[in-house]
Ligand binder design. Structure first.
Ligand SMILES: [Fe+2]
Length: 437
């Protein structure tokens, strides 16, 4: 690869573990959580790990033994805070869905400190999704937890100051679903009840896998008002063949009588646990008419896409542009595409793309608005950023691409002093937010 050079950027690089209790309890673990924080005036913090869903699915017996032997203390949490990050309530959190959030901070020298595991004054128990949704209009944070024992799904939200509101246990989810992500609109929270599930007794008694595929189950989408107080307000819609691990965005239509959700649907979900390279994910636009219950779906691209992001200001609002990692094969990301989902059905929605080149693989892209405080700025007025590693030369670079360019032109490329492991999710944190920590 050759890139334009720039003298406009300066960057420092560091690699740190989030110091979770589980990591402390097992220092020789092969499971590592890294926080990678190149510091410009702001930071893109990227969480990476060697733990995969496959590993989680196959290590049930070992995990059970460690709990029963006391090596893992469940009261201290069992996560490694390795999946994603979120900034809310003036705190930066490292998140893993099997545990509570870990508060971290960046020092003035760019170092990363683990402040501790946060239970929000005792109101948050056990765990929280690694994919909370922040409504920038209201400042509220919406989240959930799922688990292998009932209630399998629990919904909750935080007010704009980060105060957690009461749990809403969802007992109408009658079988445990590996619900990893969800979406919100301005009126609703939307959950996918997928065929990847959890079997706690199989792990504890049988020593088998916690996570498995239940092909007898019909996938569903659950829609509950954002401020619902009880499960009775949840409505479920059968959506056969719809097994998304991630959700991208959702919005209300038709005066709140319909919702639209965008999500990469994993085809052949049986491969999700053991043959990830066989996964093919199509980003689908799903529309649910809440009056008739009719669900309509169509893919927005023929490509194998996941790690799909958008301008964060458009979460819960109708948006036009998505930026997605191209898997070839999953989970290796060979490039990024920009999709215009406002285009009609039955056509490829890709409007821009950049492939990283032979031997080069990236992580999840992230969209950074050029003028985030300007309400008149175009939705795609900003940059798509990602780490890219060249497996032939061993070089890693941090790429900054022009989101408006039809070829996602690289406007800056920063050579990194060492490889950034391929990871899950990251977060761009502005200097003004870093100063609040
Ligand atoms: Fe995720």
């Amino acid at each position: 690869m050759s890139y334009p050079t720039t003298s406009l950027l300066s960057m420092s690089f560091l690699l740190r573990h989030v110091k979770s209790y589980k990591d402390h309890s097992r220092l020789a673990s092969t499971v590592h959580t890294f926080v990678m924080a190149p510091t410009l005036s702001s930071s893109l913090v990227d969480l990476t790990t060697s733990l995969s869903l496959t590993a989680a699915a196959t290590s049930g017996a070992l995990f059970a033994i460690r709990i029963l032997s006391g090596e893992y203390n469940l009261a201290n949490g069992i996560g490694v805070a390795n999946t994603s990050l979120a900034f809310f309530g003036n705190r930066l959190y490292a998140l893993g869905e099997s545990d509570l959030p870990y508060s971290i901070r960046l020092t003035s020298t760019g170092d990363v400190q683990t402040l501790g595991r946060i239970d929000f004054d005792g109101k948050l128990v056990t765990s929280m999704t690694a994919h909370p949704k922040i409504d920038v209009e209201t400042g509220e944070i919406f989240a959930f937890r799922c688990g292998p024992v009932a209630p399998y799904l629990t919904y909750f939200y935080f007010d704009a100051k980060g105060n957690k509101k009461p749990d809403v246990p969802i007992f109408s989810m009658t079988r445990p679903s590996f619900t990893h992500d969800f979406a919100i609109t301005s009126k609703y929270a939307i959950f996918a009840d997928i065929q990847i599930g959890m079997n706690f007794m199989n792990m504890i008694i049988g020593g088998g896998s916690l996570v498995g595929v239940d092909s007898s189950k019909v996938p569903r989408i659950g829609v509950i008002p954002r401020y619902a107080k009880e499960d009775s307000e949840m409505r479920w819609f059968d959506v056969p063949g719809f097994n998304p691990m991630h959700a991208v965005n959702a919005w209300d239509e038709d005066d709140g009588n319909a919702i639209v959700m965008l999500a990469p649907n994993i085809l052949h979900v049986e491969h999700a646990l053991e043959r990830m390279e066989l996964i093919r994910a199509l980003v689908e636009k799903v529309r649910i008419d809440l009056r008739t219950g009719i669900v309509t779906r169509h893919p927005v691209s023929a490509r194998n896409l996941d790690f799909v992001v958008l301008n964060p200001s458009y979460v819960a609002k109708k948006n036009k542009y998505l930026y997605a990692g191209v898997g070839d094969p999953m989970p290796k990301i060979v490039g990024v595409v920009k999709l215009d989902v406002s285009n009609g059905e039955r056509q490829e929605h890709t409007v821009a793309n950049r492939m990283y080149g032979p031997g080069c693989f990236g992580g999840e892209p992230f969209f950074v608005a050029r003028e985030p405080e300007n309400p008149k700025a175009d939705e795609d007025d900003g940059y798509v950023v990602s780490y890219v590693h060249n497996e032939i030369t061993g070089e890693s670079r941090f790429l900054v691409m022009d989101a408006k360019s039809p070829t996602l032109d690289i406007v800056a490329a920063v050579k990194l002093p060492r490889r950034v492991p391929y990871g899950f999710h990251g977060l761009f944190v502005r200097e003004s937010d870093l100063n609040k920590l």
